[in-house]
Design a binder for this molecule. Structure first.
Ligand SMILES: [Zn+2]
Length: 80
């Protein structure tokens, strides 16, 4: 059985910010913030620790905030 540390106690492998999840890929476990976890997941990684629900909640919260903030202009913010 794989031993996984609490992601919140580890830095993100990419940016050094507090990690949100642990992603297992191959023989390694990657600790990553949500922004960088996607890169590992896209390469076949699997989340083994971290609260996925936090992400969903965060997305919903952000979406609602964006909607109420941006009344008007349909062009802009190509952050993705
Ligand atoms: Zn990161």
């Amino acid at each position: 059985m794989r031993v996984v540390a609490d992601p919140e106690r580890r830095p993100c492998y990419a940016c050094g910010e507090r990690a949100d999840v642990a992603v297992a890929r191959g023989h390694r476990t990657w600790y990553a913030c949500w922004a960088h976890a996607d890169a590992v997941l896209a390469r076949g990684g699997v989340i083994v620790a971290g609260d996925v629900r936090d992400r969903e909640l965060d997305r919903k919260r952000r979406r609602g905030r964006e909607r109420s903030d941006s009344t008007g202009s349909g062009s802009g913010s190509g952050s993705e």
